[in-house]
Design a protein around this ligand. Structure first.
Ligand code: CAA
Length: 283
C-alpha cells in the first residue's frame, strides 16, 4: 500500500503541524480547511516553524522552500479524490467527524486510508460511518507535532492489518515512533494524562496549593517539562473538558468526573493559551 499524497483536514494547531511533518518527510500534502483565514493562519504557523529551524541551521533555506513547495492548500473536501492517506484533524465532535468520514468514503479512491487524529473518540464508531471500516484507523499525534516523537496508532475493530502496517511505516518515515493501542476511550495517552490534569485542577479548586506551586511540584518533583496547569492551558481547557467527558461517559466511573472548576473556566471562555486566559494569563 504505497502512500505518496497525503491530505490533512483542518489547518488548526494539530492539522498544520501534521501537514508540516508530512511535507518535511517528502510527501505531497494537501492541507484543507473551510475558510481562507484558517488556511492563512495554518500556513503562517508552518512558515514560522520552518524559519525557526532554518535560523538554527537545522534545515537549509532550500529544504525550507522545498517543504513549502510540497504543501498545497484547498478549501474543498473534494481534494480527497487525490490522496492515498487522509488524516482528519477537525474539531473533536463525533457528529462532525462522522459527516466528514461519510463524505471522505464517497470521494476517496478505494485504496485510500482514512485516519483520524482524534484524541479520545472511538475509532470503531467513526469507521462505522463509512463503507470501508477496514481502512479506517486512528493516528494520534501529540502537540507540538513537530517536536513530539509519539504517534499513538489505534486500531478500530475492523482495521485491516495491511492498513495498520502502512500507517506504521508512514509514521517511521515521519521520524516519529508509532505505538499500537486498542480502541478504548482516551486510548492510552489521554486515559493517563487527563485524569492527572483533572486532579491538578481539583487540587487548585480545593485550595491545596496555588497554581504556581502545583506546577512547580510536578516540574521539579517529577521532571515533567511543563506543570499540569500550564499543560492544560497549552492543550486548551475545552479540549481537556471534552476528553474528561468522553472518559466519564465511556467508562461510567466517577474517577473521571471533570472538576467543576474546569467546567466553570470553559463556560467563562477561559480556554487557555489560545484565548489569552486559562489558569494563567497570556499577553
Ligand atoms: N512548534 C514547533 N516547535 C516548537 C514548539 C512549537 N509549538 N514549541 C517549542 N518548539 C521547539 C523549539 O523550537 C525548540 O527546538 P530546538 O530544540 O530545535 O531548539 C524545542 O521545541 C524546545 O523548545 P523550548 O526550548 O522553547 O521550550 P521547552 O524546552 O520548554 O520545550 C515543549 C517546549 C517541547 C513544548 C516542552 O515544554 C514540552 O515537552 N511540554 C509538554 C508537551 C506535552 O506534554 N505534549 C503533549 C500534550 S497532550 C497531547 O498532545 C495529546 C492530546 O490529545 C491532548
Amino acid at each position: 500500500m504505497e502512500i505518496n499524497k497525503v491530505m490533512v483536514i483542518g489547518a488548526g494547531q494539530m492539522g498544520s503541524g501534521i501537514a508540516q511533518v508530512c511535507a518535511m518527510a517528502g510527501f505531497e500534502v494537501i492541507l484543507q480547511d473551510l475558510k481562507d483565514e484558517f488556511l492563512d493562519r495554518g500556513f503562517s504557523g508552518i512558515r514560522k516553524n520552518l524559519q525557526r529551524q532554518a535560523d538554527k541551521e537545522k534545515i537549509t533555506a532550500a529544504e525550507m522552500e522545498e517543504t513549502i513547495g510540497r504543501l498545497e492548500r484547498s478549501l474543498s473536501i473534494e481534494s480527497a479524490r487525490e490522496a492515498d492517506l487522509i488524516i482528519e484533524a477537525a474539531v473533536e465532535n463525533m457528529e462532525i467527524k462522522k459527516t466528514i468520514f461519510a463524505k471522505l468514503d464517497e470521494l476517496a479512491q478505494p485504496h485510500a486510508i482514512l485516519a483520524t487524529n482524534t484524541s479520545s473518540l472511538p475509532i470503531t464508531e467513526i469507521a462505522a460511518a463509512t463503507d470501508r471500516p477496514g481502512k479506517v484507523i486512528g493516528m494520534h499525534f501529540m502537540n507540538p507535532v513537530p517536536v513530539m516523537k509519539l504517534v499513538e496508532i489505534i486500531r478500530g475493530l475492523a482495521t485491516e492489518d495491511s492498513v495498520y502496517e502502512a500507517v506504521e511505516q508512514m509514521t517511521h518515515s515521519l521520524k516519529k515512533v508509532p505505538v499500537e493501542v486498542n480502541d478504548f476511550p482516551g486510548f492510552v495517552s489521554n486515559r493517563i494524562l487527563m485524569p492527572m490534569i483533572n486532579e491538578a485542577i481539583f487540587t487548585l479548586y480545593e485550595g491545596v496549593a496555588s497554581r504556581e506551586a502545583i506546577d512547580e511540584v510536578m516540574k521539579l518533583g517529577m521532571n515533567h517539562p511543563m506543570g499540569p496547569l500550564t499543560l492544560a492551558d497549552f492543550i486548551g481547557l475545552d479540549t481537556c473538558l471534552y476528553i474528561m467527558e468522553t472518559l466519564h461517559e465511556g467508562f461510567g466511573d466517577d474517577k473521571y468526573r471533570p472538576c467543576p472548576l474546569l467546567r466553570k473556566y470553559v463556560k467563562a471562555g477561559w480556554l487557555g493559551k489560545k484565548s489569552g486566559r486559562g489558569f494563567y494569563e497570556y499577553a
